[in-house]
Write a new protein. Structure first.
Length: 410
């Protein structure tokens, strides 16, 4: 256990059973089904397009069409989530996702695949995603008491990590047996079920934003975001983490590990990492960190070990062991960050602040993916992995330069 992480105490919390039967329960149910659908979408959409077209180029275009509107509209989604009922927004967004996936499923089932149609529906689905994420991140404090936020986030994380293990496999089986169109039809149904669950969430009692122009909401959101120096510092840290991690892990990881241990080994590494994510999300239900952001940053450094393992060894069992440990640390860092935002950012600006956080940190991802290949060709895959692992750890620790962040308590 890294230094500075020993300050944990057992709590006498609201029981998990009570949380799941209270206001949070229906949201948890809807979010779980929503996560299953979202996790299936990535795999089912990719396999369905490849199955229907047989062209990798089509898949790249469809996936890009899904991502671009999400990034372009994310700030607007945050502003809208702060000025209207997040419950209503989640219901509408899930129904819209059901409609876009259902329409694409229908075209595939009818054997009428067309790239332009797939791209158009993917664009719409990506646009809906820009409104879903800020509403999801902002609604939890409306449903649980402040002392239960970490526990609620741990419950959500445990479901998310379980779904990451199960849903992709299920989507693959559906595509292989019933076909890509029917896999997307099942995906569409999950969004409908999620929307139905969200209708059972009690209405919010928070004051809604005024009916001023949307651009003013965006400016106000930026002002709040910029005024919270610890949030800005953490967002910079996350941008650097994404830059040093996403490309090397997703590109160099499978290349190096497959070279050393065979083609099937990378899937095993990913599964072991997912188990680490799940284990810690369950353990997080039982403990609370006295200084969550400080200790979360220290735990987060463990995720850099998996990049170091790729560079220093490349053997599947070594990388898998490091990925398991990294999964533990990553989960603690993610839960403590989410809880800190929900407890310390004004409720009326929470969705906008999280939208700025997402956008500024996600922009580094395509840069990482584009840069890692040329860097590996110039300096070698193992050297780049080691350098990125060290840089990842340093990026995790950057926010600790802030005394305010180090001393923050729940």
């Amino acid at each position: 256990m890294p230094a500075g992480v020993t300050e944990t105490t057992s709590t006498a919390p609201t029981s998990v059973r009570h949380l799941l039967t209270g206001r949070f329960g229906w949201f948890f149910a809807g979010r779980s089904v929503d996560l299953a659908g979202s996790s299936m979408t990535t795999v089912a959409l990719a396999l369905a397009v490849l199955q229907a077209s047989g062209r990798a180029g089509d898949l790249g275009i469809v996936l890009a069409a899904n991502m671009i509107p999400t990034l372009a509209l994310l700030l607007v989604g945050g502003a809208v989530a702060d000025r209207m009922s997040r419950r209503v927004l989640l219901i509408a967004a899930n129904l819209a996702s059901a409609a876009t996936m259902g329409a694409l499923a229908a075209t595939l089932i009818a054997a009428h695949y067309d790239l332009a149609t797939a791209v158009g529906l993917s664009l719409l689905n990506g646009a809906v995603g820009a409104f879903t994420s800020p509403a999801l991140r902002g609604i939890v404090p409306e449903l649980v008491e402040p002392d239960d936020l970490q526990r609620a986030n741990a419950l959500l994380a445990s479901t998310q990590n379980t779904v990451r293990i199960v849903a992709p496999t299920l989507a693959s089986i559906l595509v292989a047996t019933a076909g890509g169109g029917w896999a997307l039809a099942v995906d569409s149904l999950t969004y409908v079920l999620a929307a139905l669950a969200f209708t059972r969430i009690p209405g919010s009692t928070r004051p809604l934003a005024t009916s001023q122009a949307l651009w003013r909401d965006l400016v106000e959101g930026w002002s709040v975001f910029r005024s919270l120096r610890w949030v800005v510092l953490m967002t910079i840290s996350f941008a650097l983490i994404n830059a040093f991690n996403v490309g090397p892990w997703n590109v160099l990881g499978p290349m190096v590990v497959s070279h050393h241990s065979g083609a099937l080994s990378w899937g095993t590494v990913q599964s072991v990492r997912a188990i680490g994510l799940l284990v810690m999300s369950v353990l997080a239900l039982k403990i609370v960190l006295r200084h969550p952001l400080r200790d979360g940053r220290i735990w987060g450094t463990l995720a850099g070990l998996q990049l170091l393992a790729i560079g220093l060894s490349g053997q599947a069992w070594v990388v898998a062991a490091a990925a398991f440990i990294g999964g533990l640390g990553f989960t603690v860092a993610a839960i403590t960050w989410e809880t800190a935002l929900q407890t310390s950012v004004p409720a009326e600006a929470l969705s906008r602040v999280t939208a700025y956080d997402d956008l500024l940190s996600y922009l580094a991802i395509p840069v990482s993916q584009l840069a890692v290949g040329p860097l590996a060709q110039s300096y070698g895959a193992t050297q780049v992995s080691i350098a990125c692992g060290i840089a990842y750890i340093a990026a995790c620790l950057i926010p600790l330069a802030s005394r305010e962040l180090r001393s923050m308590t729940p």
